[in-house]
Ligand binder design. Structure first.
Ligand SMILES: [Fe+2]
Ligand SMILES: [Fe+2]
Length: 521
């Protein structure tokens, strides 16, 4: 049904199909002028697509379900042409100038230094003792960072010592600081944020009133992840029931402005970042891959690309989720890796490949994940296989690459993070100096005696993938990249209302840290 005032608006549309689809899916029965305006902000039009050719098309096509508490409605897959046209030269990226590259990548020797890779170094037996050691080590590492980096108002004391002296510490004159692992987070009806912190000695129940004027990213409003390590300062409230620790403030590890290392001018080469190719899936975007290979062969900018980092989910895998079989074009796992090898063979010989696993790959899912099996590696003539995460340097530029499975937990755990803003999860990881804090969530963790998911060194480039978005930016001095996928929207993503941003190669000049996002869709 359509309101009379809206008729004119509808008549001016070149194509009614997206509007009707969106209205039906959003359960809009009466197309008032306002409803049409709202839907049109979601339906991609020629004008909005043309306005941002490089930007991924976020084709949200329905209004959000008011019951869902999600700002995102269902989305429609964009109509993707299978015809390939050459990618436009330089993509208007005047800041990513060839003048910044005195040498070509083929003339620069490869320089990869691996700082951390679990491959061959996993020692856990998964016993209770290992779990204890894993969390104690995390607490020790991050508490030490807080003390050395002066992010606490005073030296912390142990929970049991504070508890013993709770009468004394119940006065606001005796503020005390504690550091521990977080659990049982919830908001009280009053708006206070309640949680438990636990150190080696005991658990203490805490309550934090959101400070007036606090930003949405303040933990009291945004939340904390289970098993985060935080500091709290405040005092005890002695009452008949269990005493409560009233936190005046919450303290995260230090994260100042990072000063990035750069490759020297003679080593001014680029690193290209991609993840989630999902080769073997029916929705792998084959023509667009050919277009990228053509770009590598013909575009002068490609001659600056020395490294190609594939951060997990290179193949779609087999048996990763129920019913996956019917979404597969290649149903044999080894054939999937064989096809990925064939596709990567198309890259010019001056490009060095680095391959990490992700949650779709044929290695243990528990993180840190080791590199792919030597049997699989045989298909690849020239690639460096590393684990996930991997901390490494290219020409002195420190890179932390993590597939990003824990973004699922950050979306569930923090109010600010959504699947369309993975960069907020990445910022949250840097702020808490941990890639995947929560045990028992969606990210399987291996309880190594040392917690290697702690971000001990702030990277110059931090890269993740997994949620099939795209982002290139900067956070407190670290170049942040959420690398793009080569898989079109899947049925599952369509059901969730998620629109991926496929076929964007992110390229970083290691000398200047200028970034270019090159679209091949
Ligand atoms: Fe993926
Ligand atoms: Fe993934």
């Amino acid at each position: 049904m359509i309101g009379r005032s809206a008729q004119e608006k509808v008549q001016s549309l070149p194509d009614l199909a997206p509007l009707i689809e969106a209205a039906q899916s959003s359960n809009v029965m009466m197309l008032s002028e306002r409803a049409i305006d709202e839907i049109l902000t979601l339906v991609p039009t020629e004008r909005t697509i043309e306005a941002s050719p490089a930007a991924p098309r976020t084709a949200q096509a329905t209004l959000a379900d008011p019951e869902s508490h999600s700002p995102i409605g269902r989305t429609l897959a964009p109509v993707v042409s299978t015809e390939t046209t050459p990618a436009p030269r330089r993509h208007g990226l005047s800041h990513y100038s060839l003048d910044d590259f005195p040498m070509e990548a083929r003339d620069v020797d490869s320089e990869i230094e691996i700082h951390f890779d679990i491959t061959g170094h996993s020692t856990t037996e998964g016993k209770m003792f290992d779990m204890k050691s894993f969390f104690s080590d995390r607490l020790r590492q991050i508490r030490q960072m807080m003390i050395v980096g002066s992010s606490l108002p005073r030296r912390p004391i142990g929970n049991s010592e504070a508890w013993r002296n709770r009468q004394r510490y119940s006065s606001t004159d005796y503020e005390v600081t504690l550091v521990g692992l977080v659990s049982e987070t919830r908001w009280a009806r009053s708006g206070n944020f309640n949680f438990v912190i636990e150190d080696e000695t005991m658990q203490i129940r805490c309550s934090l009133k959101p400070p007036s004027g606090a930003s949405n990213l303040h933990p009291a409003l945004d939340g904390l992840m289970d098993d985060d390590v935080v500091g709290v300062s405040g005092h005890f409230l002695i009452r008949e029931r269990d005493p409560l620790f009233l936190a005046n403030d919450i303290h995260m590890p230090p994260l100042g402005r990072h000063s990035k290392a750069t490759a020297s001018e003679e080593e001014a080469v680029s690193a290209a970042f991609l993840s989630d190719a999902h080769v073997g899936s029916k929705t792998f975007l084959s023509p667009q891959w050919e277009k990228m290979i053509e770009w590598f062969r013909t575009d002068p900018l490609a001659r600056t690309v020395k490294y190609f980092v594939l951060s997990g989910d290179g193949v779609d895998g087999v048996g990763i989720y129920p019913g996956q079989q019917r979404h597969l074009a290649i149903t044999d796992l080894f054939n999937q890796y064989g096809e990925l090898a064939r596709l990567l063979e198309g890259l010019p010989d001056w490009v060095d490949l680095m391959i990490l696993p992700g949650n779709h790959d044929a290695v243990r899912p528990a993180e840190p994940q080791p590199a792919l099996d030597p049997e699989i590696q045989q298909d690849y003539s020239d690639a460096v296989f590393v684990g996930n995460p991997c901390d490494f340097s290219l020409h002195g530029v420190r890179i932390l690459s993590y597939h990003g499975k824990s973004i699922d937990d950050f979306v569930a755990g923090l109010r600010s993070v959504t699947y369309s803003t993975p960069e907020l999860a990445m910022m949250a990881m840097l702020e808490r100096r941990h890639l995947a804090p929560s045990w028992g969530g969606k990210t399987p963790l291996s309880p190594e005696p040392e917690d290697r998911m702690v971000i001990s060194t702030v990277p110059d480039i931090f890269v993740t993938g997994h949620v099939h978005g795209h982002y290139a930016g900067n956070y407190k001095g670290t170049t942040m990249i959420h690398s793009s996928t080569w898989q079109d929207q899947t049925d599952y993503q369509r059901m969730l209302g998620f629109q991926p941003k496929p076929c964007i190669l992110t390229v970083v000049n290691l000398h200047t840290h200028a970034t270019a996002s090159i679209p091949f869709a």
